[in-house]
Structures are given as C-alpha cells and as structure tokens.
Design a protein around this ligand. Structure first.
Ligand code: NDP
Length: 281
C-alpha cells in the first residue's frame, strides 16, 4: 500500500505548535517579505507566506516594489531592513527582474536575518555540518520524511536538480543525516540508471511528467518538489503521480506535499531568527 506524505496536515500541526509558542512571547517575530514586479506565481507564493504568518502570529511587513526598481535601490532597502531592529527576517521572493543580480541581493541580506537560508555563510555552515538557517524546501522535506519515520541513514537518495536553493542544499542536508546522495542534473547521462537505484528519489526539475514509472524502483520513497502549471490551469509536480504512486512506498502529492512544508520551515526559521536577535529569551 502506498502512503501519501501529507505535507498539508503535517504543516498544520507545525503551525499549531508555533502559534502556541509565539503566543507566549513578549513581542512578536516580524518578517519582511519583498516582492518585485507582478509575476503571477510569485504573487501566489507571497500571499501564502503572508497568510501563514497571520495564522500563527508572526507580523509580516509586505513590501511590493515596481519591476523597474533599480538594483541599488533594492540593495539600500535591504540595508535599512538589516539595520532595523524590529525586523527579524528578510525574504526576497525570487525570481527577480533580469536587470537585478539575484546573487548580489541574496548576499546583501544579513545572515542572521536570512530566513530562506540562501546566504553563502548559511550554505557554508550547512556544508560543514553546522547548520544555522537551512533553506526552507530542503528543511521541509527533511521534516516530512522524519514525521513519517522514513529512515534516511544508510539510504541511497537520488536528487534530480542541482539548484542553489533546492537540490544542492538538500544534498548537503541529507548527507549530514548519513544518506548516500547522488545529485543529478541536465548533463547527467542515462538519468534512469541513477533514479532506478534510489531508495528515496527527489525530483526538483520543474517539468511535468518528468519522472515516469520506468525511472522508479519498486518501493521507493518519491518526493516531488516541482510546481508546474499546465495550460488548463492545473497545478502538477514533476512526477507522473497516477502511475508512480502505484509503485512507490511513500509519495508526496502536488499540491499538498512539499509546498506547505516549505512554508512551515519558513515560519520556523523566522521564529529562530527572532530568538537569535532577542536577548533574554
Ligand atoms: P531550477 O530551474 O533552478 O533548477 C532545475 C534543475 O533541474 C537544474 O539543476 C537542472 O539542471 C535540472 N534539470 C533540468 N532539466 C533536466 C533534465 N532533463 N534532466 C535532469 N535534470 C534536469 O529550479 P528550482 O530548483 O528553483 O525549482 C525546481 C522546481 O521546484 C520548480 O518547479 C519550482 O517551481 C519548484 N519549487 C518548489 C518549491 C516548493 O516549495 N514545493 C520550492 C522551490 C522550487 P542544470 O543545473 O544542469 O540546468
């Protein structure tokens, strides 16, 4: 029998715990959420993050900038948020318009306010096994696997997708948890030879129906990070869910799998940032 990894309900449990915890604090954690331009998917992601903040008692400071904002103006805004003691976390919704360097913007956020865990000092800390802020999607996946008592140690994890925000930090995180990790990407020859070896297969590619039945070992745990909108408006992941779910032992749905876990991790990281920055906690 295949078990659905229900990120929606696991994230709701996390929200409930965080809400009780935050209710006891003398002041409230505050998250600045910056969005540049009008990318439709980004607007939805930001709305969901702000909704989660409201649900658990985190104050969200929503900053919407015009797509024409200059890189310098955005850098100055981040500097002022870094210096503002009432702001605990800073999140910049990606992607940014092409005239702005995402790398420069991410590195401008103070590492103690980097609740997305993208700053090189946070990525570096993770790589040596001393994590501070762990990127939200990898952290959410780890929490989900642990919630269902899925063994990671000694397992072969195959990750397809090596982005700086998902695939690479996920590979480091699961290596730190004693998995043997294979990180695949678009230049990996004969991808199927790797994916069929996976005890835990994680797809973060961003292409619908990318992981098909023949790419999965019977009984594998399948985690689908992809979020793809079809022409008819339907939201799907990377995995051919109908067929693969018959073969897998555990599988995440899209929507309702990794997405809500990513938001839950963001809330956890924001509370963590608050605690680091608030004396006498
Ligand atoms: P990127 O586009 O940055 O990375 C995609 C990765 O997939 C790259 O490493 C690329 O390889 C690899 N890839 C592309 N084509 C192939 C192929 N034919 N064979 C093997 N590998 C391939 O995407 P992100 O990591 O930012 O996001 C991936 C997906 O996850 C998207 O759908 C995104 O929307 C979703 N996402 C979901 C989140 C959630 O909370 N559920 C959070 C973040 C992202 P190469 O490096 O060689 O180009």
């Amino acid at each position: 029998m295949t078990i659905k990894l229900d990120g929606k309900s696991v994230s709701e449990n996390i929200f409930t715990k965080l809400k009780s915890h935050i209710a006891l604090l003398a002041s409230k954690p505050t998250l600045a959420v910056i969005i540049v331009g009008t990318n439709a998917a980004s607007q939805v992601y930001v709305k969901n993050k702000i909704k989660a903040c409201e649900k658990i008692g985190i104050i969200s400071n929503h900053i919407h900038l015009d797509a024409s904002v200059s890189q310098n103006d955005l850098l100055q805004m981040i500097e002022s948020l870094n210096a503002d003691h009432t702001i605990n976390g800073i999140l910049i919704q990606l992607p940014l318009p092409s005239h702005i360097s995402e790398k420069k913007i991410i590195q401008a956020i103070h590492p103690k306010k980097d609740v997305d865990g993208f700053h090189y000092s946070n990525i570096g800390a993770l790589s040596i096994g001393l994590p501070k802020f762990i990127s939200c999607t990898p952290l959410g996946i780890l929490t989900l696997l642990q919630h269902y008592s899925i063994e990671i140690s000694q397992k072969h994890v195959v990750i397809v997708g090596r982005s700086n925000i998902v695939g690479k930090p996920l590979a480091m995180l699961l290596t730190n948890h004693d998995a043997t990790v294979t990180l695949c990407h678009s230049k990996t020859p004969s991808l199927e030879n790797f994916t069929t070896q996976a005890d835990i297969l994680i797809s973060c590619v961003g292409k619908p129906n990318f992981i098909t039945l023949s790419m999965v070992k019977e009984g594998a745990v399948v985690v689908d990070v992809g979020i793809n909108r079809l022409d008819n408006g339907t939201l799907v992941g990377d995995v051919s869910y109908e067929t693969v779910s018959k073969l897998a032992s555990f599988i995440t749905p899209v929507p309702g799998g990794v997405g809500p876990m990513t938001i839950a991790s963001l809330m956890e990281n924001t509370l963590k940032a608050y605690k680091i920055q608030t004396p006498c906690m």
